[in-house]
Design a binder for this molecule. Structure first.
Ligand code: IPM
Ligand code: MN
Length: 357
């Protein structure tokens, strides 16, 4: 198969982790006889520096012409420390999601046997956790208008907006996934307070009626945050709006070991995008200490979701598992008393494992 992908390393640790994911991708292509061609493009702070725009048209063109986008992270301290900056790196990511129509962000929260000791929770609580959070990605507070400040600067506002159509397509997707899994959907909202959440509930109830085999559970987001640390294995498919999903999946990722492990796939109208859920960690940039696994696992999702190449994705997962079992781990997940490996060394080991297999 011909794999034509766009590679967007972004900022901070983005370039280093993407380099490792590309090594794994290349190794898989060589092994399975696929040809890989990719174009690199700018997004985030590096794009602002080069063009003034965090998601330049040239980058959008490349994404539109590709079969998949592999993305690192955006964000830079220069902007984090300057709340009055008019143009921000994160706007590049939001613009990319919006323009590519990527309304569904799939974030699988799973446990790794080799990382049980790493969880802040007791092993008996974490054990068996395996759920898919489906986060709405192009609506809600992130995109609702008006957003801004009053003239005197003393009042600020964001607007949460959802249309029936936006809710319908993502909740439907959640039920479709549930049908392929353990047939349970948890709709997370704040329907006791928010009008948008009440619309979510209304629409979800209508869709639930079309899937009688699926058990539906409605849960307020505060309760879900609690349940996630009390009984994470009770979730199968969780579907929720943009910001709730952002917050709950960071929580989900540390439960299973490290923020450096959770991959994601964003799917929708145009080219799908694959990215780790963690950020750009600018303090670690260039130090060869960042964990590349979430990005490598995002490449596995790319093979599966964008190209339907399941064996290829599976081998990447197997290589990631093997690296952890062999304790070839970066500092965030290394076992006590063992030397941590660098970003690059973990990437090399995984690529070699794939080739040797
Ligand atoms: C994520 C990130 C982004 C988000 C930021 C960088 C805009 O936290 O992908 O989860 O909030 O969506
Ligand atoms: Mn986030």
């Amino acid at each position: 198969m011909n794999l034509n992908i766009a590679v967007l390393p972004g900022d901070g640790i983005g370039p280093e982790i993407i380099e490792q994911a590309l090594k794994a991708t290349t190794a898989i292509c060589n092994k399975f006889g696929h040809t890989l061609s990719y174009k690199q493009a700018l997004v985030g702070a590096c794009a602002i520096d080069a063009t003034g725009n965090p998601y330049p048209d040239a980058t959008h063109e490349i994404c539109m012409q590709s079969d998949a986008v592999l993305f690192g992270a955006v964000g830079d301290l220069r902007f984090d420390n300057n709340p009055s900056a008019k143009v921000r790196p994160e706007q590049g990511l939001l613009a990319m999601r919006k323009k590519l129509g990527l309304y569904a962000n799939l974030r699988p929260v799973t446990t790794f046997e080799a990382l049980m000791h790493q969880s802040p929770l007791r092993p008996d609580i974490v054990k068996g956790t395996d759920f898919m959070c489906i986060r709405e990605l192009t609506g809600g507070l992130y995109f609702g208008r008006p957003q801004g400040r009053s003239e005197d600067g003393n009042t600020a506002y964001d607007t949460c907006v959802y249309t029936r159509e936006e809710i319908l397509r993502i909740v439907k997707l959640a039920y479709e996934y549930a049908m392929k899994r353990r047939k349970k959907v948890t709709v997370v909202d704040k329907a006791n307070v928010l009008a948008t959440s009440r619309l979510w509930r209304e629409v979800a109830k209508e869709i639930a009626a079309d899937y009688p085999e699926v058990e539906t559970e409605f849960m307020f987001v505060d309760n879900a945050a609690m349940r996630l640390i009390q009984w994470p294995s009770s979730f199968d498919v969780m579907v929720t709006e943009n910001m709730f999903g952002d917050i709950l999946t960071d929580e989900g990722s540390v439960i299973t070991g490290s923020l450096g492990l959770l991959p994601s796939a964003s799917i929708g109208v145009h080219t799908s995008l694959f990215e780790p859920i963690h950020g750009s960690w600018p303090q670690a940039a260039g130090k060869n200490i960042a964990n590349p696994l979430a990005t490598i696992l995002s490449a596995a999702m790319m093979f599966e979701y964008a190209f339907g190449l399941m064996e290829e994705g599976k081998l990447i997962r197997e290589a990631v598992d093997a690296s952890m079992k062999a304790n070839i781990r970066t500092a965030d997940i290394q076992i006590p008393d063992a030397e941590p490996y660098g970003t690059k060394e973990v990437g090399d080991w995984i690529a070699e494992y794939i080739i040797r297999k």
